[in-house]
Design a protein around this ligand. Structure first.
Ligand code: SF4
Length: 705
C-alpha cells in the first residue's frame, strides 16, 4: 500500500547542488508526478531536464534491489537472506576485524547524495563508536579542494554568498564550470539577470567552448591547468591599475605583501603565454572586475579536480579578497556544489578529516566535545582514509572491510580498473544500493537494498547553505529500507548505544544540538520550522527564528586573527604532462542530461536522447593530423588503461586537448566506455581530490584484430 494517496508532497531535486524545490504528487497506482515548486526561492517553479524527469526514476522499479542478499564465502553464490541475518553476520565480521586488526581495518565510503541524517549516523558510528575516521564520500572527488581552500582563506568551510547575489552582481567570473549544463537553473537566473541588465559582464575561463560561453562577454580559453597563473595575472593587472580595495586589504586580510610579490614574479606577457591567452584578454577581465560594484566568482570541478585544486581555489578567492568583494550583496567567492547534499555532509563532518559542525579533528577540545556528546569511544586524532586511499589500502591488504553506500566508485573513481582490482582483494564488502546495475555488486559479500529519493524522509543543504526538508512520498519496494535506518540497525547489532532513534527527525534534532555555538549553528531547528518557511539558510538564530543569507557581512572571518588570509601558493602544475608517447591532454566532465554514473538518469529514455553514447571531443586539426573522421571509433590510451568511443570532431576544444564525459560505465554501455579507465592517480596533496581534469593520453583508430 502506498504511504499516502492523492496528496501533494514537497521535496528537493536529488541531483545537483542547486537544490530546486519540487512538488510530488502520488496517484492511486502509487506512481508519482513531479513539477517545479513555484513558491520555492531557488527555482521559482522551473526545473531542468533532469529534474523534470525525476518521476521516471522512482516509478520504474524494474532495476531495484528488493531484499538483502549475502554470500558465506567468496566462492559461494550470493543468496537472499533476512535483514536480521545480513546485519548479524555483517556485525560479526566487522567486530572480528576490529578486534584483530584495530578499528582502522574497516571503512565506510558514502556519497554527497546521502541525506544529512544518513551522513550524521554513519559519521557518528565510525568516528564515535568504532573509533576510526575511515569515512569518506564521493564528495572527495568533487568538493574537497573548495572545502580546504575556504578553510585556509576564511578560517572555515563557509560559503559566504546566496543565490540572491546573482541578481545583485554586475560582474561574474565563472571558471572551471559549465553551469548551462551542470547547474542549469542557476544559469537561467544569470541569463535572466544579464538580459535585463546588458551592462552586466560575464567572464568565463574554460579550455572548452561550452554552452555557457555563448552568453560570455569574454571567454578566456586558457590552456588546461593554468588557472593559478591566470588568476595571478588578473590580480597583477588589478594591482597595476590601482583597482584593489586597499582599506579592505589592510583592515581585513593578511598576506597581501607576499601575494603582491608572487603575482609580480611573472609579467602579464609571460602569464598570457603560459595560459595561451593575450595580455589584452587578461587586462579586459581585470577591467570588468574593477568596474563591478558586485563581483561574484563561481566555480566547480574545473578548479577542484586538479593536482593543484586547492591552489586554484585560493588564487580565485584572492580576487574577491583584494577587491573587497566579500560579505556584501552581489559579491563573494561562490563554490557551486556538484551534489545535492555535499554541503549537508560537510555540516556533519562526514569526511575523513572533519568533525561535526566545522569542528577540527586536530583540535583535542573539539574531539572531546563531540565524544562527550555522543557518549561513545575515544575519537581518534588520526585522519581517516580518503576516497582513493581507501582503495589503495584495500589493494595493500591494510583495509579489510569496506561498506559502500549510495555511490558507484567503480565508474566514478580515477583509475577505475585499479579500484576494481582492489575491491576484488577486499576481505569483506558491503554494498548498500538501490539498483541492481551497480558495478560494485559483483564484489559484494552482503547486498543491502536501500530506499530511493521520495521513499524516505530527511534534509539536504544546497550550495547556498539552504536546508530543505524532503518528505517521504511513497514506500520503498520490497524490503528496501532508508539508509539511516540500515546504519542504525547495524550499530545496534554492534552493541552500540545511541542509535535507537524514533525517526529521521530525531536524528536531525540531535545533529542540530551538536551545532550549538558553532559557526553553522542550527540548534533549535526542526522539520516543522523548516517547513514553515520552506527552507532555511544556516546559521539559524533560535531567538529570531531566522536563517542567514550571507556570511562575513561584518568582515570578521573565522580565522584566529579574524582576518581573511591571502595565500600565494605556487602555480606549478603537478599533473601527468603529455610527452611523445602520450601527446594529448585529457580532461573529463559532465554532459547536460546525465547524472554521475547514470544509475538514475540512465533509466530515462528522454534523457538518453541528448547525447546517446560516450564520445571523445577532439579538435578538427588534431583529427586531420591523426587521420580521424567524425564518428569514427577511437582507442584512447593512457598509462593505466584504455577507452573505446567514437570521435566527436569539434572546434569547441583547444588543439592538443581532448574531452571525455565521465558518466559511462557498465550501467549504460560497457567498461570500455568508462573514462576513468585512463584518468590519473595523482591527487591534490592537501585536499586529496583526484586530478580528473588532466592526464596524458594517446589516441589511435580502432582496428579489429
Ligand atoms: Fe535538479 Fe539541479 Fe536541475 Fe535543479 S538544476 S532541477 S537541482 S538537476
Amino acid at each position: 500500500m502506498p504511504a499516502h494517496t492523492n496528496k501533494v508532497y514537497t521535496s528537493t531535486c536529488c541531483y545537483c547542488g542547486v537544490g530546486c524545490g519540487v512538488k510530488v504528487t502520488l496517484d492511486k497506482n502509487d506512481n508519482i508526478a513531479v513539477e517545479g515548486d513555484a513558491d520555492h526561492p531557488v527555482n521559482r517553479g522551473t526545473l531542468c531536464s533532469k529534474g523534470l524527469n525525476l518521476q521516471y526514476t522512482v516509478n520504474d522499479k524494474s532495476d531495484r534491489l528488493l531484499y538483502p542478499q549475502m554470500r558465506y564465502g567468496k566462492s559461494m553464490p550470493i543468496q537472499r537472506v533476512s535483514w536480521d541475518d545480513a546485519l548479524t553476520r555483517t556485525a560479526a565480521v566487522f567486530k572480528t576485524f576490529i578486534d584483530k586488526y584495530g578499528p582502522d581495518s574497516v571503512a565506510f565510503y558514502a556519497s554527497g547524495q546521502c541525506l544529512t541524517e544518513e551522513y550524521y549516523v554513519i559519521n557518528k558510528l565510525i568516528k564515535g563508536f568504532i573509533g576510526s575516521n575511515n569515512i569518506d564520500t564521493n564528495s572527495r572527488l568533487c568538493m574537497s579542494s573548495a572545502v580546504t581552500a575556504y578553510k585556509m582563506a576564511l578560517g572555515e568551510d563557509s560559503v559566504p554568498v546566496c543565490y540572491e547575489d546573482i541578481e545583485l552582481a554586475d560582474c561574474f567570473f565563472v571558471t572551471g564550470a559549465n553551469p548551462a549544463w551542470c547547474h542549469p537553473i542557476l544559469w537561467r537566473r544569470i541569463e535572466a539577470h544579464k538580459a535585463a541588465n546588458p551592462e552586466v559582464k560575464l567572464i568565463i575561463a574554460d579550455p572548452r567552448v561550452t554552452d555557457s560561453c555563448g552568453l560570455a562577454d569574454l571567454h578566456l580559453q586558457l590552456n588546461p591547468g593554468t588557472d593559478v597563473t591566470l588568476n595571478y595575472a588578473i590580480g597583477r593587472a588589478l594591482i597595476e591599475k590601482g583597482n584593489i580595495d586597499t582599506d579592505f586589504i589592510n583592515q581585513h586580510t593578511r598576506g597581501f605583501e607576499d601575494y603582491q610579490n608572487r603575482v609580480f614574479e611573472r609579467t602579464l606577457k609571460e602569464a598570457a603565454l603560459i595560459c595561451g591567452l593575450t595580455v589584452a584578454e587578461i587586462e579586459l577581465a581585470a577591467d570588468y572586475i574593477a568596474d563591478a560594484k558586485g563581483f561574484l566568482t563561481l566555480w566547480t570541478m574545473g578548479l577542484n579536480q586538479s593536482s593543484i585544486g586547492v591552489n586554484k581555489n585560493l588564487s580565485l578567492i584572492n580576487l574577491n579578497l583584494i577587491t573587497g568583494h566579500i560579505g556584501k550583496p552581489g559579491s563573494g567567492p561562490f563554490s557551486l556544489t556538484g551534489q545535492p547534499n555535499a554541503m549537508g555532509g560537510r555540516e556533519v563532518g562526514g569526511l575523513a578529516n572533519l568533525l561535526p559542525a566545522h569542528r577540527d579533528l586536530n583540535n583535542e577540545t573539539h574531539r572531546l566535545e563531540v565524544q562527550k556528546f555522543w557518549g561513545g569511544t575515544t575519537i581518534s586524532d588520526k585522519p581517516g582514509l580518503t576516497a582513493t586511499e581507501m582503495f589503495e589500502a584495500l589493494d595493500e591488504g591494510k583495509l579489510k572491510a569496506i561498506w559502500i553506500l549510495c555511490t558507484n566508485p567503480l565508474t566514478s573513481l580515477p583509475n577505475a580498473r585499479f579500484a576494481e582490482q582492489a575491491l576484488k582483494k577486499a576481505k569483506f564488502v558491503v554494498v548498500q544500493e538501490i539498483t541492481d546495475k551497480a558495478e560494485t555488486l559483483a564484489y559484494a559479500d552482503v547486498i543491502l537494498p536501500a530506499a530511493a529519493w521520495a521513499e524516505k524522509e530527511g534534509t539536504m543543504t544546497n550550495s547556498e547553505r539552504r536546508i530543505s526538508h524532503l518528505q517521504k512520498v511513497t514506500n520503498a519496494p520490497g524490503e528496501a529500507l532508508p539508509d539511516a535506518e540500515i546504519i542504525c540497525r547495524f550499530a545496534i547489532k554492534m552493541g552500540y548505544k545511541g542509535f535507537e532513534y524514533k525517526g529521521m527527525e530525531d536524528i536531525y534534532k540531535e545533529h542540530t544540538r551538536l551545532t550549538y555555538r558553532s559557526s553553522i549553528n542550527i540548534n533549535g531547528l526542526d522539520y516543522q520550522r523548516i517547513d514553515k518557511s520552506k527552507t532555511i539558510q544556516w546559521p539559524y538564530n533560535k531567538k529570531t527564528e531566522k536563517g542567514t543569507k550571507r556570511l562575513f557581512t561584518n568582515h570578521l572571518f573565522h580565522t584566529e586573527s579574524k582576518k581573511a588570509i591571502i595565500h600565494s601558493p605556487s602555480d606549478e602544475l603537478k599533473s601527468e604532462l603529455p610527452d611523445e608517447d602520450f601527446p594529448f591532454i585529457l580532461t573529463t566532465g559532465r554532459i547536460r542530461d546525465q547524472w554521475h554514473t547514470m544509475s538514475k538518469t540512465g533509466k530515462v529514455s528522454k534523457l538518453k536522447q541528448h547525447l546517446k553514447h560516450a564520445y571523445l571531443e577532439i579538435h578538427p586539426k588534431d583529427a586531420v593530423l591523426l587521420d580521424i573522421i567524425d564518428q569514427e571509433v577511437l582507442v584512447i590510451k593512457s598509462r593505466r588503461g584504455e577507452v573505446q568511443v567514437k570521435a566527436k570532431v569539434s572546434a569547441t576544444i583547444k588543439q592538443g586537448v581532448v574531452f571525455l564525459p565521465m558518466h559511462w560505465g557498465k550501467i549504460l554501455g560497457s567498461d570500455l566506455n568508462r573514462a576513468n579507465n585512463i584518468t590519473s592517480t595523482i591527487i591534490d596533496p592537501i585536499s586529496k581530490e583526484p586530478d580528473f581534469k588532466y592526464c596524458a593520453v594517446h589516441i589511435e583508430k580502432y582496428k579489429k584484430d
